[in-house]
Design a protein around this ligand. Structure first.
Ligand code: KE4
Length: 431
């Protein structure tokens, strides 16, 4: 693999590594899975990114999902600039946080009350603590291949058999905490039923990505989400939808509106912040009214939670999400999927393409990808070569086989046509 990254990026990344572990503030950006040096970005505009060496890319990472209207959208820039002039943070109530909370409650069908935090990780950590405090139970059920951020309870891999209690998936996670997380296969409601039966009255919550976006794109099987709803009702545990990716992306009301299945709690991030640091968790009033300072006073706090700049960016972005935007997103995403399928066919390749709305992923495997084992059957060596062929031709996607492509509402027809041409050339170059 030849490292095509320009000299200014390499110099800057080398400097970054002197002060920041791995030169990055999140390991996903370190290019570990694809090798080489990441381009260091100078700026973005619309659907395009520009690196320090002046190279231009069509961007399908879009900051890992938040930028559904692309980079530096004029409306978002304007409201943040205006908010800045009134002060950047107060640590006191402001109209901006009520406005965003109201917008979320109006858009996300199951959310009656919502609390702002600063990241998706904070949202999922807080939602699990709330479920534990509300039910008085300690264990959680999560799914193999789903990512809920870096909270201790989530960095747990499936035990020896899928139903045994978890083992830490990172140093620094005490076994005592790992033992409280049960990891089962995605799309396997039977395994959930068995785990609930083996832990009667002990499960506080089932937490799931309603469409998995962290093992590539993996849709829920027909009926899977409905079965989780039934099982949670029968058991009395809390059903948490981690909609950090799917929220506001699949529809104004996220996956829960798209599939018509209502969780008890929802975790949000990414799009809700308009590119600034925002997470949120919300749901049934009866549950949320136990978040400190109310009811059982279940703790969650944060100096910059509800920050007025972030609130203004998030509100501006959500208010632009009209039905026409989703029509356009669907058109662009369908065009991408169909074009990629046509390229595969003309090259005699049979790789798997999964798509739900504007979340899509091409897996370097011919198997159907329905869960973690089938996702990791993909040839990551092939992906690595494909990734660099795309990047050097000007298409910027996540440096991992196990992420999604995120088209935005501002990708143009020309962007899509150019992408499909480059997709064809990249596949041809590696076969
Ligand atoms: P953050 O703490 O990164 O804002 O959100 C954590 C999180 C929670 N839930 C889901 C479904 C998520 O996808 C994420 C974060 N996603 C990753 C990659 N898909 C962000 C990239 C990164 O970690 O840098």
């Amino acid at each position: 693999m030849v490292d095509h990254t320009g000299p200014k990026s390499i110099e800057a990344f080398t400097e970054a590594q002197k002060y920041i572990p791995g030169g990055v503030n999140s390991p996903a950006r370190a290019f570990g899975a694809v090798g080489g040096n990441p381009p260091v970005i100078s700026h973005g505009k619309g659907a395009h990114l520009f690196d320090l060496d002046g190279r231009e890319y069509i961007d399908y990472v879009c900051s890992w999902g938040p930028l559904i209207f692309g980079h530096a959208h004029p409306r978002v820039v304007q409201v943040v600039q205006e908010a800045c002039t009134r002060g950047t943070s107060f640590g006191a109530p402001t109209l901006a946080e009520t406005a965003l909370a109201r917008q979320i409650v109006q858009m996300v069908p199951s959310i009656e009350m919502v609390r702002m935090v600063n990241s998706g990780t904070e949202a999922t950590m807080s939602a699990v603590r709330l479920a534990r405090g509300y039910t008085g139970r300690d264990k959680i059920i999560k799914f193999e291949g789903c990512w809920h951020g870096h909270g201790d309870s989530f960095l747990i891999k499936a035990g020896s058999s899928a139903l045994t209690l978890g083992a830490p998936d990172s140093p620094g996670i005490p076994q005592a905490i790992a033992a409280l997380s049960i990891t089962v296969p995605y799309n396997d409601a039977g395994a959930v039923k068995q785990a609930l039966r083996q832990n009667p009255g002990q499960i506080a919550a089932i937490i799931v990505e309603p469409v998995a976006g962290n093992m590539g794109t993996v849709p829920p099987r027909a009926g899977f989400l409905e079965q989780l709803r039934q099982l949670a009702d029968q058991d009395g545990c809390v059903l948490i939808f981690d909609e950090v990716i799917t929220g506001f992306r699949l529809s104004p009301g996220g996956a829960q509106e798209y599939f018509g299945v209502m969780p008890d709690l929802t975790c949000l991030g990414k799009i809700v912040g308009g590119g600034l640091p925002v997470g949120a968790y919300g749901g049934k009033r009866a549950i949320m009214e136990n978040v400190s300072p109310l009811g059982k006073k279940i703790s969650q706090a944060g100096t910059l939670s509800g920050n007025p700049l972030a609130m203004s960016a998030g509100l501006a972005q959500l208010q632009m999400l009209t039905p026409e935007v989703y029509t356009r997103l669907e058109q662009l995403s369908q065009q991408l999927e169909e074009g990629m399928a046509a390229n595969l066919k003309s090259l005699g390749l049979r790789y798997t393409l999964n798509r739900v709305g504007s979340m899509l992923c091409m897996f370097f495997t011919e198997s159907q990808v329905v869960d973690y084992p089938t996702a990791i059957s993909a040839d990551t060596g092939c992906f690595k070569r494909y990734f660099w062929e795309l990047l050097q031709r000007g298409v910027y996607m996540a440096p991992s086989q196990f992420e999604c492509l995120f088209p935005s509402a501002v990708h143009s027809e020309v962007d899509v046509e150019t992408t499909l041409h480059i997709h064809y050339e990249a596949l041809k170059a590696i076969h």
